[in-house]
Design a protein. Structure first.
Length: 104
């Protein structure tokens, strides 16, 4: 079974913690979270990431720059903006994107 590696970037610490708990609850999903884009970039450069989740509190220009950075470094990465809606929506968003790309 493939393990999907997630990087979550968000500036709202309580929401970031919830997202980490939700993603890591799935057997084949593994997530790390960051509230600082520079630290997240360093981690991204040194690890193969399948999915980047962008959460709340990120400025628009940071979101765009981080997305561009990720896609330039690892073109196959999936970048998903997730700003709430519950765990069912989160799972559906991720699985839908993976399905569209033929990864599941």
């Amino acid at each position: 079974m493939k393990i999907f590696e997630f990087l979550i970037l968000g500036k709202n610490e309580p929401i970031l913690e919830i997202l980490l708990r939700l993603v890591n609850a799935y057997e084949n999903w593994n997530a790390v979270g960051f509230n600082d884009e520079k630290t997240a970039q360093e981690y991204f450069l040194n690890n193969k990431i399948d999915i980047v989740l962008l959460s709340s509190g990120i400025e628009d220009h940071v979101e765009k720059e981080f997305t561009s950075f990720c896609l330039k470094q690892q073109p196959d990465v999936e970048v998903i903006e997730h700003f709430g809606g519950g765990s069912g929506l989160l799972k559906s968003e991720i699985e839908h994107r993976l399905h569209l790309k033929g990864k599941i």
